[in-house]
Design a binder for this molecule. Structure first.
Ligand SMILES: [Zn+2]
Length: 279
């Protein structure tokens, strides 16, 4: 059965010093398996520290991923904003690749009043170019660029959109944020069957290999008519995470689960424990 690892979105709160290196050490101490580098407000890692990060992560057996800038919109009206979005994603990919990260996650676009199809076409064009231009570290397992399922209905990124996009663009795979799927359907996506439907959709369109190597976000979440409002700790939210974890187990999903709850490692450990309880 492929391994499913659990970890935090960024440096655990209990790391002491707020550095990526201390974060990696703390993940290992806690018995977690992975950490997402938060490049969401810019990449604050240079090439030299990227190499140190990669070495330490290897040494400690911690898998890494990265979350690219929040300021990406491949359906922006202004060409400058598209160009800036491309630069931000490409820079995140280059540094993440040097860090030995396996995936880079990003929020692809807003609909901006356009039809979902028009937005899809814009995102598809841009991501195809990104894949062609991206610099990956030679001789290593190639990093996967992953648009994320988004939490607000104004944002491009339903599971169907991302699965279709991934089936059409080589080198792309979805990051499935189950809290976002739950929030953007105003709480409807929340049962074992709903989570199984998402996993079946991935398996049918992208093949079993996509389930062997998933990248997942989970957090408690508050939502309304327009979707996501804010992240919460799991126990303060109505996300049915035990049902979700059971579905992941039953589908033999492998890869990384990144916890984005405000309490980070507490919920990451809760998810890991609950998952292990099933089997
Ligand atoms: Zn995200």
């Amino acid at each position: 059965m492929p391994e499913l690892l659990f970890g935090t979105a960024g440096i655990p709160h209990s790391a002491g010093e707020r550095t990526t290196l201390k974060g990696i050490e703390r993940i290992a101490e806690l018995g977690l398996g992975c950490m997402e580098l938060e490049f969401v407000r810019g990449v604050r890692v240079n090439e030299k520290s990227a190499i140190e990060i990669k070495q330490l992560a290897r040494e400690k057996g911690v898998r890494l991923s990265a979350h690219a800038s929040y300021f990406i919109n491949f359906n922006a009206r202004e060409t400058e904003k598209i160009t800036a979005s491309r630069k931000r994603l490409l820079h995140a990919v280059r540094i993440a690749s040097l860090c030995g990260a396996r995936s880079v996650v990003f929020h692809a676009a807003f609909y901006m009043g356009d039809s979902p199809q028009k937005t899809y076409d814009a995102v598809k064009n841009q991501t195809e170019e990104i894949i062609n231009q991206a610099e990956f570290v030679a001789g290593e397992e190639r990093l996967i660029i992953r648009p994320e399922t988004t939490g607000k209905i104004s944002q491009f990124g339903t599971i169907e959109e991302l699965v279709n996009l991934s089936s059409e663009v080589n080198g792309l795979a979805p990051c499935v944020d189950f809290a976002h799927c739950h929030a953007r359907t105003n709480g409807k996506t929340n049962s074992y069957e709903d989570f199984c439907d998402i996993l079946s959709c991935i398996e049918n369109k992208l093949g079993k290999a996509a389930l062997d190597d998933m990248h997942i976000h989970i957090a408690g979440i508050a939502y309304g008519d327009k979707g996501e409002i804010k992240h919460l700790n799991l126990k303060e939210s109505d996300l049915n995470y035990p049902a979700l974890l059971r579905a992941l187990k039953d589908f033999r999903v492998g890869g990384l689960v990144i916890c984005e709850s405000p309490n980070l490692e507490d919920d990451a450990l809760l998810l890991q424990e609950t998952y292990r309880y099933f089997g």
